[in-house]
Design a protein around this ligand. Sequence first.
Ligand SMILES: [Zn+2]
Length: 244
Amino acid sequence: MIFGEIQKVDILAIGVHPDDIELSCSGTLLNQINKGYTVGLLDLTQGELGTRGNAEIRRKEAFDAAQLMGAKFRVILKNQDGFINFNEETSISIIEIIRASKPKILFANAKSDRHPDHGRAAKITADAAFLAGLEKIETNYEGVKQEKWRPNAVYHYLQDYTMEADFAVDITPFFDKKLDLIYCFSSQFDASEQNGPKTPISGKDFLDYIQAKNILFGRLAGYKYAEAYQVNRLIGVNDIFKLD
Ligand SMILES: [Zn+2]
């Protein structure tokens, strides 16, 4: 299922469940879009196991959020929610989108988190970024033979667990719009219970927690609000004045 048109983008943000991206790295994406960079979104499952909503409702919510964010496209794959695992079919489905969108930077789930899908998806996504650069893995997407492509970097956004981060991104001017993006997923985050029973993420306390984390990471980096990331390899910079 696709919103928009798959095209070359600067950043491809990947989450195993529709709403992982919004909760964890959407402030960063809004910041980069505001600076003129292009962004694509990829959800590995439809989130069909969520206590509230269903695949159809979550698809509409995810596409609304993509539009509000200003993303060029959003793809929702049909891997099995709750049981995402490394296998050829899942890997190829991710490699196809990486090769079709040629991102320089890939955002992926947290390497370890409360939801067991997140850690598995983090590894599957990082592996797919590597495998997408291997010539002898041949893929055809919509009838077109694809060229190899390996993103320069994979950054894992922190989501539920608070872990030591490798860098933080200032999202202060975009924090309110990040909340608007999260509220696009009204089936998940409506505290009134009109969309179903209370869940650990449906109440205002969960969004307060997200805000508190953005304040915590911001405080540590010298901003009001920030999102935080872990890396797989040492990151470098050739001008130390580019670091805050
Ligand atoms: Zn999730």
